[in-house]
Write a protein that binds this ligand. Structure first.
Ligand code: GLN
Length: 212
């Protein structure tokens, strides 16, 4: 059973942990470097990305987390977690730190110009059952630009929420790193967490094979 950390500095820590357990992983809270060192993958919940990046520094986790991501640790970021994982954030504060694990440029509070929060049913690639995914957006970012190696998993179609600017990317994957602009921990549908637990399992199998 893969051990999956939930970064416990801010946000929906308990909800993510419950979804990870439901999806077949073992969830542990991560607040220290020693806890980070022992997990097979990490969930970065939503919250406020500037505050979270400051807390990462305060807790001495920023450097160790960058190292683990560079070493291929699977990660799943939702909302502020997605912002942190990105290589660049637009409309961020100047002191906001980026983890740079995803080759994307995100825009913070992107939908907020039109609406603060909204819900939408999304077509989400690679999810089992093919049913649309109900997604909750709370002062959410969108992906403004995705690099060539980034797989786009879901878009919010052209709608009042996107301000007439066309469809917007809201879920991506790049190798072992998954990110959603919305909060899949809030809807009771555990398919995104299942996808992530599967990614952690696959990464563990690959690294065991490499060690042999
Ligand atoms: N607006 C927040 C930020 O910029 C993200 C909101 C969320 O995580 N729900 O960090």
């Amino acid at each position: 059973q893969p051990v999956i950390g939930v970064l416990a500095l801010q946000g929906d820590v308990r909800e993510h942990a419950a979804m990870i357990e439901r999806a077949g992983g073992r969830a542990v809270a991560v607040r220290r470097e020693s806890e980070l060192a022992s997990v097979d993958g990490l969930v970065l919940p939503g919250g406020e990305s500037t505050t979270m990046s400051r807390l990462l520094e305060t807790f001495g986790l920023l450097g160790p987390l960058r190292e683990r991501l560079a070493g291929g640790m699977p990660a799943f970021g939702s909302c502020a977690g997605m912002i942190l994982l990105a290589r660049q954030a637009l409309d961020g504060r100047p002191d906001q730190q980026q983890l740079g694990a995803l080759d994307v440029i995100v825009r913070r509070n992107a939908f907020g110009r039109q609406v603060d929060s909204f819900e939408a049913d999304l077509q989400f690639e690679t999810l089992t059952s093919g049913q649309p995914l109900h997604a909750v957006f709370i002062r959410a970012p969108w992906v403004e630009k995705a690099g060539d190696g980034v797989e786009v998993l879901a878009r919010v179609p052209e709608s009042p929420a996107t301000g007439g600017a066309g469809a917007r990317i809201v879920a991506v994957r790049q190798g072992p790193v998954l990110a959603t602009a919305f909060h899949p921990e809030l809807t009771g549908d555990d398919r995104v967490h299942r996808l992530f637990v599967g990614m952690v399992r696959d990464a563990a199998t690959t690294s065991e094979t490499e060690e042999r």
